[in-house]
Write a protein that binds this ligand. Sequence first.
Ligand code: SF4
Length: 91
Amino acid sequence: MGCCGKKTIIHTGKNIVKGYTRLATDTLHITEKYEFTDRRVRACQKCEKNYWIGRRLFCSICKCFVPAKARVIDEKCPLDNPAWRIKGEEK
Ligand code: SF4
């Protein structure tokens, strides 16, 4: 995660930890999914740039594991898919 846009290695590392942590806490029902997570995942499921390893969904451009990346608010789609934008930043 975090290879989309100009980010430092530290920022990328933080987002990877954030995404996987949030995925774990959502799965354990400790937290609730953000409203944007499912929208982002659905967009990636339909995207021609996705790929699957078993039942795991990845982006072939950024190589991210989509369910984790989709839980980090400041992550972006490298193709700027509108479904990845947060309310208020629509163009
Ligand atoms: S992050 Fe963007 S480019 Fe990558 S699979 Fe999802 S919609 Fe496609």
